[in-house]
Design a protein around this ligand. Sequence first.
Ligand SMILES: Cc1cc2nc3c(=O)[nH]c(=O)nc-3n(C[C@H](O)[C@H](O)[C@H](O)COP(=O)(O)OP(=O)(O)OC[C@H]3O[C@@H](n4cnc5c(N)ncnc54)[C@H](O)[C@@H]3O)c2cc1C
Length: 578
Amino acid sequence: MPVAGNWYLSVPSFPGFPGGRRTRASAAVQGDRPTFVCDMIAIMSDSTFDGVIVGAGFAGLYMLHRLRGLGFSARVYEAGSGVGGTWFWNRYPGARCDVESLEYSYSFSEELEREWQWTERYATQPEILRYLNHVADRFDLKRDIQFDTRVTSAIFDESSNRWNIVTDSGGRASAKFCVMATGCLSTSKVPEYPGIDSFQGKTYHTGHWPHEGVDFTGQRVGVIGTGSSAIQTIPNVANQAAHLFVFQRTPNFSVPAHNAPLASDVDKNWKAHRAEYRQRARTAPFGLLFEQNDKSALEVSREERQRQYEERWGYGGLGMMGAFGDLLFNKEANDTAAEFVRSKIRGIVRDPAVAETLVPRDYPLATKRLCVDTGYYATFNRDNVTLVDTRSTPIEEVTAKGLRTSDAEYELDSIVFATGFDAMTGTLCNMDIRGRAGVTLKQKWSEGPRSYLGVMVAGFPNLFIITGPGSPSVMSNMIVSIEQHVDWIAGCLEYLREHGLATIEATVDAEDAWVAHVNEVANATLFPMANSWYMGANVPGKPRVFLPYIGGVGVYRQKCEEVAAKGYEGFALSACGS
Ligand SMILES: Cc1cc2nc3c(=O)[nH]c(=O)nc-3n(C[C@H](O)[C@H](O)[C@H](O)COP(=O)(O)OP(=O)(O)OC[C@H]3O[C@@H](n4cnc5c(N)ncnc54)[C@H](O)[C@@H]3O)c2cc1C
């Protein structure tokens, strides 16, 4: 059946052009015979923009929408073949958000929010991807996005004050400003085991899951890693596989999601009070709406502590972190919550030896990303699941048949790497980004990332990073943080235009002071006690620096607003032609 609607055509790239431009052609239907009225198949010759945005996830899409609204010309480059970012790539079974769907969504458009209906308390990857496609279509964003195109370099030309962008298809573009919407968790990390190429079965990474899905029925599967993605995928793989071996180096704390269909009264209530909820999230410490109890865990009775923890465990989700005000600052207080979760693990897992291996002991609760699961610990009660402790018996090599640890060889048909990401800096440092005097971002960040407010870097004028290191980013509901950064950047660009300014650039002094502040705040918490990806500890050789800003989403927002209100305090601004 012919269908009327919009069709996107794509043409290949030509030397000197930034690549084929997808142009919209309308398909008119006459009877049952379609006549395609192709308006044009335009070769993109306009390689000069006000702004280039790299990435078409939550951040890049909203940035494009805001720039358009302000009348700036913009082009988005996206390595994937569709929008969605995280939700385009991470298609492993069980992938879903662990921030509740109603909160894990854009707030910028009331109409969008009213017309979209989430079906579950925690949306699945396919549903979030549908949502992002809906957003892109609703705001007609795809015509300015060039898919299947990876930006390989972005180089600042000091004579023209412009960024020159080069892509992997040989395309080039020039822009006054460049926005990196490249994501905090978009460069997968695969451990460098010897023999990895010799394996004769199939390998997968949760962050690059095949679009057609994987059927593990009848297979012996090994999952390496027990972080957030692993904890979501393990129960699902166990349902299919003949046998699942879980290779765990560090056990993780996980709390139940208690996922369920989204009740219609919850949805109605949200829509009736959305403005109030959204405003609260913008000023909440983590950008999340769970109730934060400000009391110390140590000032209440044992019974009261137990009641708080039981209530939050029973409700499910990340609210466990808000049970008491000092859980992330006081080890003794944290121990009470950690011990509560440990007792839950021991209560769920029948085999005491397996339970003890799953119990985290050597870092405080929530100082590695707290996981949210559906049936994770109970999965280890299944006969077809074996937990392998690779801390006591390390993986030594990948063999043709499977994995060899220090005491056994495990024969496998498939290996799933749930080994996470080179978080926050990996994607940016993989690009050749050069600021003043040809200094690369990689060089500048060789001893750890430095930024002012986590959004700009001294020596890199007009380069903005959405949710960059030094901003709340992964320590928050990311959508709240993304919208805040995008709005701040949009306001900044408007300011530059109104004041006839050519460039904005963080000063070294402001950057030094911010980095010191980020470290000081982190050091006042328990976070540095964990070898986590927040600290860069999952990537060999990566400097150990606490990457996000833990001072709180509300405090951070206020700081950014004050900086803007004071004419961009801490930034050097240069006039056009200067
Ligand atoms: C499995 C998983 C679950 C998550 N769940 C939650 C959650 O519940 N709550 C929460 O707050 N956060 C969650 N996150 C974090 C999540 O990454 C953010 O919430 C959000 O999706 C980030 O959006 P983004 O647009 O900033 O980045 P991304 O979604 O990562 O998009 C970045 C895009 O940039 C593209 N890109 C990168 N480099 C280049 C290049 N050089 N050239 C062209 N394109 C490039 C990538 O292909 C990617 O599509 C989760 C992350 C993962 C991996």
